[in-house]
Write a protein that binds this ligand. Structure first.
Ligand code: ATP
Length: 284
């Protein structure tokens, strides 16, 4: 579907993907297709268990580490099939992932966290990416020698995003970047996502803060019971009454989360890019 989409061939094309866990005992996605066009922000919404995280794992090659499998369908990035490829090759190939929970190295300084993000790069690429990240996050520049675990929740989220950007991804996947952050900080994160996207990186955003997410979405998909229930531009989804009722119902905070505050840990593997591998992992 190309109606109301940005021009060009899709950067990411997940085509009729079906995913299950535990040898097929649990179905997570049933024949789901999503696409991301160049420089789009695409938002993925849906209630608990709808399959959002499974979609991110499908794109990033993390399903096998979680006991899952793509049983049919395909994932194509910049015209090349990537399903079946190992996660590290997908990350090096241009897809960055910031997982839920801002998994940074708590015991390492901001600088060292960023160094870990750019570990496989030559000196000049590393320097260029480091400078870009510091320009995007002036707050991290001020805190560059502070340990990750001493940062505020918002700063940790910036660090997690900065670390993913050290690979200069052409597509950035963000899993609930606003989770647990104060409204003012959420606004900063929102602006940073806009800035990253304006600089040319396509973004897939999973959010519990549906109004924030849809306000910056070029396009959105709503997963319902393992399938796409609705799809459309951010503006059209925001204007859809049943979606407003379900995802934007007002509460005392002005927004209703459809996703519980913190998912039970269906663990991603140690060593996963963008995650902590030590026991001092920061989580705010
Ligand atoms: P949530 O908002 O609760 O994180 P989600 O939309 O991200 O939900 P998924 O986590 O992808 O949904 O879950 C989709 C289905 O797959 C659910 O039934 C879930 O219980 C199941 N599932 C997810 N991860 C695993 C796993 N590692 N092993 C077994 N089942 C899983």
């Amino acid at each position: 579907m190309t109606d109301n989409r940005k021009p060009g061939a899709p950067v990411l094309d997940v085509d009729h993907a079906s995913v299950s866990y535990r040898g097929g005992a649990i179905e997570a996605l049933n024949d789901v297709s999503i696409a991301v066009y160049p420089a789009e922000v695409v938002v993925l919404l849906g209630p608990n268990g709808a399959g959002k995280t499974s979609m991110l794992r499908t794109i990033t090659g993390l399903l096998p580490f979680n006991g899952g499998r793509l049983t049919s369908g395909s994932v194509t990035f910049e015209g090349k099939r990537i399903d079946g490829r190992p996660d590290w090759s997908i990350v090096r190939g241009g897809i960055g992932l910031v997982m839920e929970g801002r998994r940074i190295f708590a015991g390492l300084s901001v600088d060292d966290n960023l160094r870990a993000g750019g570990i496989n790069q030559g000196k000049s690429a590393y320097k260029a990416n480091y400078d870009k990240v510091m320009a995007l996050f002036p707050r991290l520049t001020e805190r560059r020698s502070v340990a990750g675990g001493m940062l505020s929740g918002g700063e940790q989220q910036m660090l997690a995003m900065g670390r993913a950007l050290m690979q200069s991804p052409r597509l950035l996947l963000l899993d609930e970047p606003s989770l647990g952050l104060a409204p003012l900080v959420v606004e900063q994160i929102r602006q940073i996502i806009v800035d990253i996207n304006t600089a040319g990186t396509a973004v897939v955003l999973i959010e519990q803060n549906a109004s924030m997410a849809l306000s910056i979405a070029d396009y959105g998909y709503i997963l319902e019971r393992r399938r796409i229930g609705h799809a459309g531009t951010g503006a059209s989804l925001l204007g859809n009454e049943s979606i407003r009722d379900l995802y934007l119902g007002l509460s005392s905070t002005g927004q209703r989360s459809y996703r519980r505050a913190r998912r039970g840990a269906a663990a991603d593997p140690p060593g996963t890019p963008g995650t902590s591998t030590d026991l001092t992992e920061a989580s705010s």
